[in-house]
Design a protein around this ligand. Structure first.
Ligand code: PLP
Length: 464
């Protein structure tokens, strides 16, 4: 853990930092006007366990592990030491052509952890790059096998898969404004996703017989199966309000892909590395995808790294003539320092039993959040699995009426949580996904804050 903290700043020194941030730093997705508001730009200096500390010395619970990233928690000095040791030894080689021991060790470890024959790993730097790569890999897989017409990719509305051109094209999340970047890559087809709380087909499970999955066959037939390269989906989509599908849903997707020769890509960028109480969320579904994308929890954010894990049978399509090798190198992909840190991060998850802890604390968190529903009229639904949970807020529980933009629910809820010392993404749903090292008393603290904050916002909106 960290042994020195940065001294807290205030007054003119703090104002100077914030002003320089406003002038020169592009904070990725924030509206500059919001950053410029009082306390709009939060500058963090230290972290330990589930907590972050900002430049003013204020402490916050990081209830979303950054962005579903910091699985082992903050302040793991052990990972800094691993990085320093590898940097001293060897920071970089031409990874297009050569490799290093940490890369081989990490790939071996992932092959051991991943289900089925998922066993050949291509490393990149971000989730978007992993998705982009998986999509290109699927296309070249078919091409190498002489199937030259398969270029289309099916994804699901509501899903988020990243921002590079390939990832953005399969991205059908409403959180992403795709309009400025259109037209996207031709052949990107979005079908409705699954959400039994708000079924896109207004049906009810189980009577629906999982129509939302079965009906994807109509799209496949309409688009012509021989033109479709892949279907990509998150086992549990955080972007789509963390709805947990029944295992049968994924079994239908698997069967459709098998029937029509389509590669199934499971995007485990958020779901992976213990978040859902198993190493990979796809294990809850009882199927093995052809390609699996991983990032975030792979290194718990201590360094950037992502990967695509391919089934042996898929990787074999790239073996043969020179031209069959995968067409795609990324300079910093397979970075030895990131690989060494990711391997050590997995070591911590194993040593401390964090996959099991995510299951146990996740069950407790869900149970406690469900208890809040008894007396908070604004809670429409509480769902999730492991430490991937969501509380959906509604204006009217009976009709499931949603809040409107005028209600400014996101701003009000974010502020109510922040002023009580908790950071997470809050809007129509409050996303709670704390580090996997969270303990029971800390879960109580999180739930206590959420309880108070919802009460506060219910009062502001006249619901209490
Ligand atoms: N896939 C999923 C499921 C994600 O949630 C994200 C990011 O949140 C990505 C891909 C893209 O990852 P990155 O932001 O590291 O590029």
């Amino acid at each position: 853990m960290v042994d020195s903290m940065q001294a807290a700043l205030g007054g003119a020194e703090l104002d100077d930092y914030v002003q320089r941030g406003l002038d020169h730093l592009w904070v990725h997705t924030q509206q500059w006007n919001d950053l410029a508001k009082p306390d709009g730009m939060m500058v963090f200096t230290d972290g330990e366990g589930i907590r972050l500390r900002d430049m003013q010395g204020r402490s916050f619970i990081d209830a979303m592990s950054g962005l579903w990233v910091v699985n082992v928690g903050h302040g793991r000095a052990e990972l800094a030491e691993v990085a320093a040791e590898q940097m001293r030894r060897l920071a970089y080689v031409n990874t297009f052509v050569y490799t290093t021991p940490p890369a081989i060790d990490l790939a071996t470890k992932l092959a051991e952890l991943a289900p089925g024959s998922l066993s050949r790993v291509y490393f990149a730097n971000s989730g978007s790059e992993a998705v982009d790569t998986a999509v290109r890999m699927a296309k070249q897989y078919h091409y190498n096998r002489g199937d030259l017409k398969r270029y289309k990719v099916i994804s699901r509305r509501g899903s988020y898969h990243g921002v590079t051109a390939g990832a953005l094209s399969v991205n059908a999340s409403t959180a992403m404004n795709r309009a400025p970047f259109e037209p996207l890559i031709p052949g990107s087809i979005a079908v409705p996703g699954i959400n039994c709380y708000r079924c896109p087909y207004e049906k009810t499970y189980p009577e629906c017989n999982l129509f939302c999955a079965r009906t994807i066959e109509d799209t496949i037939l309409f688009e012509k199966p021989e033109t479709i390269a892949a279907l990509i989906a998150e086992p549990i989509s955080a972007a789509n309000a963390t709805f947990v599908p029944p295992a049968e849903y994924w079994q239908i997707l698997r069967a459709l892909c098998d029937k029509y020769g389509i590669l199934l890509i499971a995007d485990e960028v958020i779901n992976g590395f213990g978040r859902t109480g198993k190493w990979f969320a796809i294990e809850h579904m009882g199927v093995v995808p052809d390609l699996m994308t991983v990032a975030k929890g792979l290194s718990s954010g201590y360094l950037p790294i992502s990967g695509v894990i391919a089934k042996r049978e898929v990787a074999e399509a790239f073996v043969g003539e020179r031209k069959h090798a995968f067409s795609g190198g990324i300079t910093f992909g397979t970075h030895p320092v990131s690989c060494a840190v990711a391997l050590a991060n997995i070591g911590i998850i194993e040593r401390e039993g964090l996959v099991e802890n995510a299951r146990v604390q996740g069950d407790y968190l869900l149970e406690e959040l469900r208890r809040l529903k008894e007396y908070h009229p604004a809670i429409g639904d509480v769902r999730g699995i492991g430490l991937l949970t969501a509380v959906e807020l509604v204006k009217n529980r009976e009709t499931k009426e949603q809040f409107t933009e005028q209600d400014e629910l996101g701003t009000k809820m974010t502020e109510a949580l922040k002023k009580r010392g908790l950071l997470c993404r809050a809007g129509a749903t409050i996303a709670l996904a704390p580090p996997l090292c969270i303990q029971r008393a800390e879960v109580d603290e999180v739930v206590g804050i959420v309880d108070e904050a919802i009460g506060d916002v219910e009062q502001q909106l006249g619901l209490a």
